[in-house]
Ligand binder design. Structure first.
Ligand code: ADP
Length: 495
């Protein structure tokens, strides 16, 4: 089985969120199961450093976008586990400070061009390698057009006759919506700009292209796959997803247990395991010191929160409960980047509770590991959460999560209050401040019962979130996608 991962971010080369973690770790598990898996991503600024030695695979390839011909290069490298990874170089598009846009000025205006070029270069990559995947595994809106190019053009090429496409929705709220004028740049047949194609209420939706034209769709947890078929979570695409439900599967993300393993994690000051949690205490002590919490803080439960500063992540609930939460015997550390209004609100509140609340607005992988290891309780009150990775990292690091029972949070955390003998965390079921606060209070109360708390920690650490099981499910999906009976009149095209 030959799989080409096409993703706009892949850890450790470039990352803004969970997509990068998935694209960086699932390929390794597929390879272990015997797949010939390769990865394609843009050569952003900083990638060259992270990638070590890379070699030119194909230089001066011409990719047409509208009336422009862009000259691009494709570089070849290897991931740490030896997986071939190809990088699309086009300085004017990818050599920038951010992946998709700046926090101050918003999304880059030429994002359509940037990801049309990336999408169209996929075929050129296959030709340069003379390697044709059985499945193109596409991820999120940035790669939606690849499905359209494949379905409407490439599949008629004899090289691709046995190929199929799988599109994974990591977050349906991000749709790659652009004004209708940009449709011309895609050079897709006019019929593709219709309700049965990639048109979404008069606009061009790259995500919808992926949803309409891919052979099979997946999303990152079973519950989210059901949620996105409802108006509350479907962001206007619920009807289409309902129609395609026979070709939609929810597969819970795994975690990279090499990167997120308290027994071996090189980014934390002391390692620990379920047999001996003393290293966790040391991590808490280092974290408290680094954050300048007062010396007596070690006995108080330390709450942690890491994530994009976006309303999706439940910061509206957090802001509402913060004054009450800060009256409790707890400390809280928040690490995140994103929405500047959320940042401002948190900053203001932090000024009121300088000894109890620390907020850090940076993207810091090392600190993220230290918080996972050093905190006692992890907060994840997301309004919706396709899968969520931090709650799984937390479970593995014996940092008990408090989560809103939605999407992957609901699928990966077992409620201690409902199932005391198997519970691994605390869940609240109504997206309301009081429910969230009550849930945090339950966790704090339980934290003070050291014996029960330790039992919960042991169960949390024993959960298996390795990729192996999910990778096997993906292989079944790849088989379905590439065995799809294709209809249509073969014709050659160089789109
Ligand atoms: P999403 O993909 O919606 O952002 P996930 O929970 O699936 O959320 O994945 C987020 C990933 O990004 C996790 O690996 C998390 O640790 C990481 N992350 C988010 N914000 C930061 C930050 N400020 N610093 C370091 N890592 C972060």
């Amino acid at each position: 089985m030959k799989i080409l991962f096409c993703a706009s971010e892949v850890s450790p080369f470039a990352k803004t969120g969970g997509l990068a973690d998935v694209a960086g770790s699932l390929p390794g598990s597929l390879q272990k199961l015997g797949c010939d898996v390769r990865i394609f991503m843009p050569l952003y600024r900083g990638v060259r450093n992270a990638a070590g030695s890379i070699e030119l695979l194909a230089g001066d390839i011409i990719v047409p976008v509208g009336v422009h011909d862009y000259h691009v290069h494709i570089w070849e490298g290897r991931t740490e586990t030896g997986i071939p990874i190809y990088f699309l170089e086009k300085e004017e598009f990818y050599d920038r400070s951010y992946l998709y846009g700046s926090p101050v000025r918003g999304d880059y205006e030429d994002n359509p061009e940037r990801f049309i070029v990336f999408s169209r270069a996929v075929r050129q990559l296959c030709l340069a390698l003379d390697w044709y995947p059985s499945t193109f595994h596409l991820h999120d809106w940035q790669t939606g057009l690849i499905a359209a190019y494949f379905q409407l053009n490439w599949r008629y090429d004899s090289n691709f006759l046995r190929s199929g496409t799988v599109f994974t929705i990591h977050n349906i709220a991000y749709q790659g919506l652009f004004p209708p004028e940009i449709f011309g740049l895609t050079q897709l047949p006019p019929s593709a700009f219709s309700i049965a194609g990639m048109e979404f209420w008069g606009q061009c939706s790259f995500l919808k292209a992926g949803l309409v034209y891919s052979d099979f769709l997946t999303t990152v947890s079973p519950r989210y796959s059901r949620e996105i078929q409802t108006p509350e979570f479907g962001f206007g695409l619920e009807g289409l997803l309902k129609e395609r439900r026979e070709s939609l599967a929810g597969i819970l993300n795994g975690i990279d247990t090499n990167v997120w393993n308290p027994e071996t994690d090189p980014l934390i000051p002391a390692n620990y395991s379920s047999e001996d949690l003393s290293g966790k205490k040391m991590c808490k002590s280092v974290l408290c010191k680094e954050l300048n919490f007062p010396p007596d803080s070690l006995d108080l439960p330390l709450l942690g929160m890491i994530g994009r500063l976006a309303t999706q992540k439940g910061f509206d609930l957090l802001e509402k409960i913060l004054p009450d939460l800060m009256k409790l015997p707890v400390n809280l550390v928040i690490l995140g980047t994103g929405d500047s209004s959320i940042e401002e609100n948190l900053k203001e509140t932090a000024l009121l509770f300088p000894d109890k609340l620390k907020v850090l607005f940076e993207f810091d992988e090392k600190l993220a590991h230290l918080i996972e290891a050093g905190a006692d309780i992890f907060l994840m009150p997301s309004r919706y959460e396709p899968c969520g990775l931090n709650q799984m990292y937390s479970l593995r690091y014996a940092t008990i999560p408090v989560v809103h029972a939605t999407g992957g949070l609901d699928d990966s955390v077992i409620d201690v209050l409902k199932e005391p003998d198997s519970g691994t965390g605390f869940k609240f079921y109504k997206y309301e401040p009081q429910s969230f606060l009550d849930s945090v209070k339950s966790a704090i109360q339980m934290f003070n019962n050291k014996e029960i708390w330790m039992e919960i920690q042991m169960r949390a650490m024993a959960q298996d979130f390795s990729w192996d099981r999910s990778a096997r499910e993906y292989i079944k999906v790849y088989e379905k996608a590439s065995s799809r009976k294709r209809i249509g009149i073969p014709r050659r095209t160089d789109l």
